[in-house]
Design a binder for this molecule. Structure first.
Ligand code: IPT
Length: 968
């Protein structure tokens, strides 16, 4: 087997469209015989005819290292073996696959038969009945072979030898698990004489004439004639050139109107679903059907925690429905064409798609791009073969608006050759490649992780006259729309700064949106010793080279449960924006659909005072076309003053009045609020017993000055805290502050993770106790002075007035400024009047609404695969925290606070590498934060924006605390 060439695979027929046909076909998926050898040299020579009785069996499609043969390995940019192209390492698992099968009579009835492989990682040699069929390169690309002369009636023997690594690995260094094997389907196809071998359907839309233009180029075996049939439109004509169709509707991602089209020859009928649409660039804007569009996108990898990249139709459909429910309208198929059926779903459900070629030579970055295949003529055919397979397979899909040449492959003539070929083969779509640094041979200006300021500058530059000394390349770029093919790295707690990006995308006509990196976390699930499922990441399988948890960076977890980041993103990209004026007189509705009016939307308003609904109603939305704004009067009941203690909240929700394939009618698209802070009522004052260690219900430790008990609830603290358990983003650099270490390191160096408190004094007075402390960092002289005035109020409650004052020596920004309390018993939940239900931080809060939220024990924090800070609720005015030991009620008398209630201490979170390493601590860790830093998206992209950073500053708050009895 040859696995160190620079060439494409061999023996295949020319790539062609994926067609749904009535010709017979036979799936060869199922249980195959399988054996793995540690290297090519040690792999037995007799593999094609050896007795397989001693071999094991394996699922095809599947990855062998997820089926008990070896283990998965994860690396991002780094190559897992020496960069020595085109050679793979000697230690290179070789999988031998064997299947004896009887061909169906239907398949045998036709003279021509093809054998199709939809995906084999990374290189295969295929034999049928001891005859070499051919070889494959391009793991996520379809290869078809003509086996007409090899297939026999009776038993056929198919033998496939697969190398985990090969020359192809240098072109497939995507950021994902190395998962070898035949992981997509294997199919035998009968090809009728005179059948439809290939089709290229171009369904254009003429916006001026409001007509579709259908151009179908067919390659009929034997050159015979074909008919074009569109029953719905009464079309039944000989297939010949293009036809204009009046009375059709265009396709767009918001209204994905498809027509059933058939192409019939005497011997075969192929059926397609076709949508009419035109993609173009005009005045540096991205237009579809003449209208500018906004890509509200995600990068989608194919991943399932126990099956890797093996497709499952139900999972894929559910996942796209989940995207639609969260307003995602665009997918970049990072970084390879997905399973072919996913394209059908994109067409049907409505997504703008950047279909990306299976190409990434990122590993060469580590050697300064020395020897990069993109620039080496020896690899040229391999590059062209990859894009040709991509374009041909998917060329009939309406949803595909751009072809992407690949990801992170630097520069070189081979990429330019791909672009040239693509442009000539399919001028109806745009070409994308982020790595074309000057946008010379692409149709869109694409960047990844450009910081906000740069996004603003890129938007500005098309609003000014082009500089007189612009080079031709610069002048060309100024005519292009801008998108971020990757932005907002959804790793851990984050991504912060989404709203700030989106405001810029909306502000500049050139901007066409972007794609969050990434949709899904690629955790691999295994059974732990106790039988429960554990999610693993890079390094957990003993890899010598790996990139740790960098593969856990999704808006949904590996099982596709939404992370808070998805909920915030959904609010940022919501198709309707609702603003209520402060006086509650009017509400302003902005339609952010690109094509739909708001005829399918109604508004529901509701008024909640201190948690009790007081009035509600619905409002019809006046006519409001795409990108238009409407203003509505609010009814009197929405605004009459009420006396609230906590808050008086008016919420307006936009909901759908019709069902869609992804949501029932009543689906909430957006909400807006107007929150009036209440006037807290002080419990009646009492004369409480005050001693050095007691103020009413509060019992103090005379040594520390902290609480030991509130009523019957054991409680310690408050201590002053400015640290958080570093998030993934805190541990990383951020592309805007390369001269500073990551926050986690700065915090560690400043010692804020180990602050020490000294009691300055504890003085009983006539109505309470004043405790003064100084909390300082070890090693250094930075400190925060706290004055805590405790007084007893009625109903067993205590009042706490806090003043915090940092000294002048602080140089480190803080994660937060708060009061930390530890309660006895594991947390059981919390009732919170504040912003929720999901967690929020200053730069990650678009989806949070003020409400009276009940949080169960699992809602309090986020079960991140790698533990870190999470779970803050901002704008809290009142909260009841319930633990096994009792309940603590906290409410503010002035400013709202941010509340974090955790089952684990920050030290435990920071020390654990996986969520399953954490053990119950028997306590509940509560933080009442007076200020917080944002979270940023520094794992890739900008860190915390200056306006969301927290510099040392004084703060004060007045709180009421009380122990409340719990039932049972
Ligand atoms: C960027 C990659 O394109 C993507 O595949 C992924 O690795 C992402 O980063 C990080 O998760 S490349 C990066 C060096 C900007």
């Amino acid at each position: 087997m040859e696995i160190a060439t620079t060439r494409p695979g061999s023996g295949t027929i020319a790539p062609r469209a994926r067609l749904r046909s009535d010709a017979p076909q036979q799936s060869l998926d199922g249980r195959w015989r399988f054996r793995v050898s540690p290297s090519l040299r040690s792999a037995p020579a007799d593999w094609r005819d050896a007795d397989t009785a001693s071999w094991s069996t394996i699922d095809v499609p599947g990855h062998w290292n997820l089926q008990g043969h070896g283990s998965p390995a994860y690396s991002n940019v780094q190559m897992p073996f020496p960069v020595d192209p085109p050679f793979p390492p000697d230690a290179n698992p070789i999988g031998d696959y064997r299947l004896d099968f009887t061909a169906d009579t239907g398949v045998l009835a036709h003279g021509r038969r093809l054998l199709r492989f939809d995906g084999i990682e990374s290189a295969a040699e295929i034999w049928l009945n001891d005859t070499l069929v051919g070889t494959t390169r391009g793991s996520r690309l379809t290869h078809e072979f003509d086996v007409s002369d090899m297939l026999v009636a009776g038993v056929n023997r198919l033998a496939v030898r697969v190398a985990q690594f090969s020359d192809a690995t240098y072109l497939e260094n995507q950021d994902m698990w190395w998962l070898p094997g035949i992981f997509r389907s294997v199919t035998l196809l009968a090809r009728p004489d005179g059948g439809v071998h290939d089709l290229f359907v171009r369904a254009d839309w003429d916006d001026q004439a409001a007509e579709g233009i259908l151009d179908v180029a067919a390659e009929v075996d034997g050159g015979g004639a074909a008919r074009l049939v569109i029953e719905e439109l009464g079309v039944d004509v000989p297939l010949d050139g293009s036809i204009r169709l009046g009375g059709v509707e265009p396709w767009n991602a918001e209204r994905p109107r498809l027509y059933d089209v058939e192409v019939r020859t005497e011997t075969e009928t192929v059926s397609l679903k076709v949508g009419f649409r035109r993609v173009e660039v005009r005045d540096a804007r991205l237009l579809v059907n003449g209208e500018p569009i906004m890509l509200r996108g995600v990068n989608r990898h194919e991943h399932r925690p126990r099956h890797g990249r093996v497709f499952d139709a139900t999972v894929a459909r559910d996942e796209l429905l989940l995207m639609k429910r969260h307003h995602i309208n665009a997918v970049r198929t990072s970084h390879y064409p997905p399973h072919p059926d996913v394209l059908d779903l994109f067409d049907e459900l409505g997504f703008w798609v950047i279909d990306e070629c299976d190409l990434e030579t990122h590993g060469f970055e580590h050697v300064g791009w020395r020897g990069n295949p993109s620039a080496d003529p020896a690899w040229r055919d391999a590059f062209l073969d990859r894009i040709q397979r991509t374009v041909h397979r998917d060329k009939n899909h309406t949803s595909v608006i751009m072809w992407s040449l690949g990801n992170e492959s630097h520069v070189g003539p081979n990429l330019e050759a791909m672009a040239r070929w693509t442009r000539s083969a399919d001028p109806s779509r745009l070409i994308h490649y982020e790595g074309d640094g000057e946008s010379r041979y692409v149709d869109v200006y694409s960047r990844m992780y450009a910081p906000h300021d740069e996004v603003r500058e890129i938007g500005e530059e098309t609003l000014r006259p082009a500089p007189f000394d612009a080079t031709p390349a610069q002048a060309h770029r100024l005519t292009l729309p801008f998108l971020q093919c990757e932005f907002a790295h959804a790793m851990g707690t984050g991504p912060g700064g989404l709203q700030e990006y989106w405001d810029l995308f909306e502000a500049y006509p050139r901007h066409a949106g972007g794609f969050v990196w990434e949709w899904i976390e690629h955790g691999i699930a295994v059974d732990g010793p106790d039988g429960s499922s554990r999610i693993l990441y890079g390094g957990d399988f003993g890899e010598a080279v790996h990139d740790g948890n960098f593969v856990i960076d999704g808006l949904v977890d590996a099982d596709r449960n939404p992370r808070p980041g998805l909920l915030h993103y959904a609010a940022v990209i919501a198709p309707v924006v609702i603003d209520v004026d402060g006086a509650r007189t009017t509400v302003r509705i902005a339609n952010r659909y690109d094509f739909l009016d708001l005829g399918h939307v109604e508004l529901r308003w509701s008024r909640v005072v201190d948690g009790q609904g007081t009035a509600s109603g619905t409002l019809a939305v006046p006519p409001c076309g795409p990108r238009e704004v409407a203003t509505l009067e609010l009814p009197d009941e929405a605004r009459t003053p009420a006396s609230a203690e906590v808050a008086d909240v008016l919420t307006i929700e936009a909901f759908t009045t019709v069902a869609t394939p992804w949501a029932d009618a009543g689906h909430v698209l957006a909400s807006g609020q107007q929150v009036c802070d209440g006037r807290p009522v002080m419990p009646p004052g009492i004369v409480a017993e005050v001693t050095e260690d007691r103020v009413g219900a509060a019992h103090f430790d005379r040594v520390t000055g902290g609480l030991v008990r509130l009523g019957d609830l054991e409680i310690t603290g408050p201590t002053v805290g400015v640290w958080r358990a570093p998030t993934d983003n805190d541990r990383d650099l951020g592309n805007d502050e390369l001269d500073l270490p990551p926050y986690a390191e700065r915090w560690r160096a400043a010692g804020i993770d180990r602050m020490v408190t000294r009691l300055v004094d504890l003085r009983p007075g006539p109505d309470g106790v004043v405790v003064r402390t100084r909390t300082g960092t070890p090693i250094l002289d930075s400190a925060i002075d706290a004055t805590l005035r405790w007084s007893a109020v009625g109903d067993g409650a205590v009042r706490l007035d806090v003043e915090l004052e940092p000294n002048a020596t602080w140089t480190t920004e803080w994660a937060r400024l708060g009061l930390d309390l530890v309660l006895e018993g594991e947390p059981l939940g919390a009732d919170v009047a504040g912003y929720g239900p999901m967690h929020s931080y200053p730069d990650l809060r678009s989806g949070a609404r003020f409400g009276w939220w009940h949080l169960g024990p699992h809602d309090l924090t986020v079960d991140n695969v790698k533990p870190q800070e999470s779970g803050s609720r901002t704008g809290v005015r009142d909260a009841r925290i319930v633990t096994e030991g009792g309940a603590l009620h906290v409410s503010t008398l002035d400013h709202p606070f941010a509340l974090t209630v955790s089952q684990h201490s920050r030290q435990s979170l920071a020390a654990a590498a996986h969520n399953w390493e954490l053990t119950p601590e028997g306590r509940t860790f509560v933080s009442i934060d007076l200020a917080q830093s944002g979270v940023g998206t520094a794992t890739c992209g900008p860190g915390v924006l200056p306006r969301h950073r927290l510099h040392a500053q004084p703060a004060a708050i007045s709180l009421i605390l009380r122990h409340e009895p719990t039932l049972g």
